[in-house]
Design a protein. Structure first.
Length: 86
C-alpha cells in the first residue's frame, strides 16, 4: 500500500528508513520476528492453561456455586483420626 502511494517510513528517533529495498527487507524481518514472539507467548499461555485444567486447578473467573448435593457431601465426611497416640 505504501509503495502504491509512493510513501515511505522514516523514523526520527531510530534508524528505520524504508526508502530502499534492503531497509524494507530488514523492517519486514524485524516485524516477522515480533509476530513470531507474540504467537509463541500465546501458545505457551494456552498450553499452561490446558495443563492446569487437566490438573484440576482453578483458572480464575467467577466461582461456580456449589450444588446442594455437594454441600451435603461435605457434612457427611468423617473427620480424620490423628496418627499420633496420646
Amino acid at each position: 500500500m505504501r509503495d502504491e502511494a509512493g510513501a515511505s517510513f522514516v523514523s526520527v528517533t531510530q534508524v528505520f528508513n524504508t526508502t530502499t529495498s534492503m531497509e524494507r527487507l530488514m523492517l519486514n524481518v524485524l516485524l516477522s520476528v515480533a509476530q513470531f514472539e507474540r504467537e509463541l507467548i500465546a501458545e505457551r499461555v494456552r498450553d499452561k492453561v490446558a495443563a492446569s485444567k487437566v490438573k484440576g486447578m482453578w483458572m480464575g473467573g467467577p466461582v461456580r456455586p456449589a450444588t446442594v448435593s455437594e454441600i451435603a457431601s461435605w457434612s457427611s465426611t468423617k473427620p480424620r483420626r490423628s496418627s499420633c497416640a496420646t
